[in-house]
Design a protein around this ligand. Structure first.
Ligand SMILES: Cc1cc2nc3c(=O)[nH]c(=O)nc-3n(C[C@H](O)[C@H](O)[C@H](O)COP(=O)(O)OP(=O)(O)OC[C@H]3O[C@@H](n4cnc5c(N)ncnc54)[C@H](O)[C@@H]3O)c2cc1C
Length: 445
């Protein structure tokens, strides 16, 4: 007797979520076709034809297992995440954070996805959400989904899409940094550390924030209504909230004593390695919508950056997301069409790790559908479940995308000292994940 071959799942978007979803499906023996519009068409932020392109920072944030984002990463490692595996393999030194050599990272993922016998990669823009067929569809086209596809999503959901604005930080060529002024140190580390620091005296800082206040910015069409993601504010928006806000935010000098003076500077601009060879540095937290000319002029007033040359300037983009509490089931299937999953940042999460996690979950659940099994709902004690809780249980009228944070986990039923909360959350998540993997046969289905 011959068994019927499994139906081929469709994924739209070869970014972090789409690649992770494809990997999770293929790992469970399900064939996949993944559509990626690059290089035929690029979003305003994408530049490389590779899959899984990191459009801004090269950091996957903290790798501390007791932080919320560290815990989410560990859950994904337990579920054999491709993105986590390659991020670990292509890591560059970044203190307690997991940062990667972005080119190497994207290259490796493109190679694995491109060569996988169960994955067919089609380089083509999809302009309409495919009609229901006998196979799952995962929409993972990201916050910069092409206009035609976004319009199709609006027609399907009957809702206006939601938007917020996100900005990109500049990248500087290492050979243009003045290493006589800039020093190497990570916050609180004893050794030299992984970050470079441009030290600012009080007068440097005041002059810098004054320049920011009077600079020219790229105009946005509906600027009056602009809605930024609070975790990724442009420096000029932070500055507009007060003279000291940058000094207590991305330019915080705490723990960054300058070996040349033996003192902690008034403020610092931190630089993080962009690639393994250290030829490029990212300006940490320096996302901006200053015009390119103004970035060059103003950032060159920062001590140590007088001759800086820019490999990429900062910029700003409009992000699309859906109103998940109205549209999504906790399995990431849409309520209107259970063959259709929404994954990645489009689903209403924010961040590389969170977007990947939603790709991973959509991949597992699409594999369930392919194999005629019930899709899984992850419990809220897990970071994946906590994100789903945010997507599906928030009041729809106030819904905004969120990073993972402990506020999304179940509330404590007794008083627990703050110091050990992360550790307890991690233990609960570990035991739930391990139980799910073994009891539910999550690895193979
Ligand atoms: C400007 C900007 C900066 C950001 N910076 C950061 C940051 O520094 N750190 C962080 O953690 N998060 C950041 N984010 C948020 C988010 O984590 C990233 O956007 C992340 O890449 C989202 O992953 P994704 O897989 O959902 O989408 P993407 O990684 O964007 O992948 C979507 C893919 O779909 C393709 N695509 C789009 N439309 C179509 C179509 N119609 N047909 C076929 N293919 C299509 C795109 O080309 C792309 O390759 C940023 C977002 C933006 C927009």
């Amino acid at each position: 007797m011959t068994t019927k071959p499994l139906a081929q799942a469709t994924i739209i978007g070869g970014g972090l979520a789409g690649c992770e979803a494809a990997w999770q499906l293929a790992k469970r023996g399900c064939p996949v076709r993944i559509y990626e519009m690059k290089p035929e068409k690029y979003s305003p932020a994408h530049q490389s034809e590779k899959l899984a392109e990191l459009v801004c920072s090269n950091s996957f944030r903290s790798d501390d297992p007791h932080s919320a984002v560290g815990l989410l990463k560990n859950e994904m490692r337990t579920l054999n995440s491709l993105i986590m595996q390659i991020a670990d393999e292509t890591a560059v030194p970044a203190g307690k954070a997991l940062a990667v050599d972005r080119a190497h990272f994207a290259e490796k993922i493109s190679e694995i996805i491109g060569q996988h016998p169960l994955i067919e990669l089609v380089r083509k823009e999809i302009t309409e959400i495919p009609v229901p067929a006998d196979c799952p569809i995962i929409l993972a086209s990201g916050p910069l989904t092409s206009t035609a596809l976004a319009a199709s999503l609006t027609r399907l959901t009957g809702k206006e899409r939601c938007f917020f604005y996100d900005a990109i930080a500049p990248i500087i060529n290492a050979d243009s940094l003045d290493r006589a002024i800039i020093y190497q140190k990570s916050r609180y580390d004893d050794g030299p550390g992984d970050y470079l620091n441009c030290p600012m005296e009080k007068e440097d800082y005041l002059s810098f924030i004054n320049e920011l206040a009077s600079a020219q910015y790229v105009p946005l069409h509906d600027f009056e209504d602009v809605n930024y993601f609070e975790g990724c504010l442009p420096i000029e928006v932070i500055r507009s909230r007060g003279d000291d806000t940058l000094r207590f935010g991305p330019m915080k000098p705490v723990g960054l004593e300058n070996p040349a003076t033996g003192r902690i500077p008034y403020a610092v601009v931190q630089l993080r390695k962009e690639n393994r060879q250290g030829s490029l540095y990212n300006m940490v937290g320096f996302q901006t919508k200053l015009t390119y000319g103004e970035q060059k002029r103003i950032f060159r007033t920062i001590p140590g950056l007088k001759n800086a040359t820019f490999a990429r300037f900062g910029s700003i983009h409009r992000n699309t997301f859906i109103c998940a509490p109205e549209l999504l089931l906790p399995t990431l299937q849409t309520k209107a069409r259970t063959d259709l999953f929404i994954a990645g940042q489009l689903s209403g999460v924010e961040g590389y790790v969170e977007s990947t996690a939603m790709g991973l979950l959509a991949g597992i659940n699409a594999a369930c559908l392919t194999k005629s099994k019930q899709p899984y709902v992850f419990p809220q004690e897990t970071a994946i479940g906590a994100l789903i809780f945010h997507l599906t249980r928030t009041d729809a009228s106030h819904f905004q995308p969120s990073n993972i944070n402990f506020g999304l986990f179940p509330s404590w039923n007794k008083k627990v000292p703050k110091k050990i909360r992360g550790k307890i959350r991690a233990e609960q998540s570990n035991s739930t994940m391990n139980r799910m993997v073994s009891e539910l046969n999550l690895d193979t289905l």
